[in-house]
Design a protein around this ligand. Structure first.
Ligand code: PLP
Length: 394
């Protein structure tokens, strides 16, 4: 008989009871160091006091009004995001996929509004992930997610990740936009080098295509800057953010320049819940913490320590883990053993990791992770590697 919960997830055998900081406690009392952070969502860990206060205070005022009325928290958060980024305007959503849907619609609308309706194609990359709606699985074009769900949304041209010649050929006078994750997350933690981001910006400008970054996973402080593309010194025209933006409250955003958003007039797009007062209160609280002096530099410092510790584990267990890749606190362990075996052994050692493509185990701790927790995580990973090695020898 089918489970009452639609069985679309192969779930780990952990029943979560509560969380605090980087730690999760199961109903059986076991404590786990959470280096999955809800897939890069719990950017400030679990039950952060500033977020709890913001949410509970707002809960006593008003939960929902719809976007038929002005929502002061929405205006404040949008203004703060505009102030902190390349963007001039923000549309709030409830998820990353919806932020990407808005980005895709906005790019097509921009071109038709500008008198170029023939520019309706969008270039994307293999290994990318943009969400699970029909448009976003069509955009990524990964058979693992599209199989059986056709017909897909037409208009996407998929280019092999890292193939510069194919990319140059793919961006034509029918291209509305190019969509890229500055660091591929689900695809196996693959960073795009800064010079490639700059080259892509030039290519888009030269060909009249918009540049869309999907920073749903790599953005919001994870690489040590508010957004990962900032390291390359360039900016997109449109960008999707989500995951870390709400610290665990469902929230996403599509940010854009005034020019890119020019077709999005009243009535052109909408969302019942997007920008809801509860989400806005939490979103503002997340930003309070993340933009506080010293927060982002500390992420880089923690990332340096974590990487060094993980490299240490790799050199002791090269038969289990081949190497470490990624940026900041978006790291991937390229496994020699099956990544599912490493993740299961880590879980048994009290450390939560997340799988990714290319046999990678992602290490995505909350951005507030302490030095002691980093060292503890590395020790638990070492214990997991020892168990995987023993099992292989048995
Ligand atoms: C998770 C993710 C999405 C989809 O976000 P949802 O909130 O699950 O819809 C889109 N893009 C990237 C890069 C992601 O990592």
């Amino acid at each position: 008989m089918i489970d009452a919960v639609l069985p679309t997830y192969a779930r780990q055998p952990i029943e979560v009871a509560r969380g605090e900081g980087c730690w999760l406690e199961a109903t059986d009392g076991r404590r786990y160091l959470d280096f999955g952070a809800g897939i890069a969502v719990n950017s400030l860990g679990h039950a952060h006091p500033h977020l709890v206060k913001a949410l509970t205070e707002q809960a006593g005022k008003v939960w929902h009004t719809s976007n038929l009325y002005r929502i002061p928290g929405q205006e404040r958060l949008a203004e703060r995001l505009v102030e902190a980024t390349f963007a001039d305007t923000v549309f709030f959503t409830n998820s990353g996929a919806e932020a990407m849907e808005c980005a895709i619609k906005m790019a097509r609308k921009f071109q038709s509004f500008a008198g170029n309706p023939e520019r309706d194609r969008i270039v994307t990359f293999t290994g990318s992930f943009h969400g699970r709606t029909l448009a976003t699985i069509s955009a990524a074009g990964n058979a693992k997610y599209t199989d059986g769900f056709g017909p897909l949304l037409p208009g996407f041209d998929h280019v092999a990740f890292g193939d510069h010649d194919a990319l140059t050929a793919a961006v034509t006078n029918e291209t509305a936009a190019v969509i890229l994750e500055p660091v591929q997350g689900e695809g196996g933690v693959r960073p795009v080098p800064p010079q490639c981001l700059r080259g892509l910006r030039e290519l888009c400008d030269a060909r009249g295509a918009l540049l869309i970054f999907d920073e749903v996973q790599c953005g919001y402080g994870r690489t040590g800057r508010l957004f990962a593309h900032e390291w390359a010194g360039i900016a997109p025209d449109i960008m999707a953010a989500a995951k870390g933006i709400g610290g665990g409250f469902p929230l996403g955003a599509c940010l854009a320049t005034e020019a890119a958003a020019s077709g999005m007039t009243a009535g052109s797009h909408g969302s019942t819940y997007g920008g809801n007062p509860l989400a806005m209160a939490v979103g503002e609280a997340v930003l309070d913490v993340m933009l506080a002096e010293g927060f982002l530099p500390r992420v880089s410092e923690a990332a340096g320590r974590l990487r060094q510790r993980l490299e240490g584990v790799v050199s002791a267990y090269p038969d289990v883990i081949e190497g470490v890749r990624g940026e900041g606190l978006l790291l991937g362990l390229k496994c020699a053993a099956p990544n599912v075996a490493v993740i299961a052994a880590a879980r048994d050692a009290g450390l939560l990791l997340v799988g990714a493509a290319e046999n990678v185990a992602r290490v995505l701790p909350p951005l507030i992770v302490s030095d002691a927790e980093i060292d503890e995580g590395a020790a638990r990973l070492e214990a997991a590697c020892e168990a995987v090695r023993r099992a292989a020898a048995a």
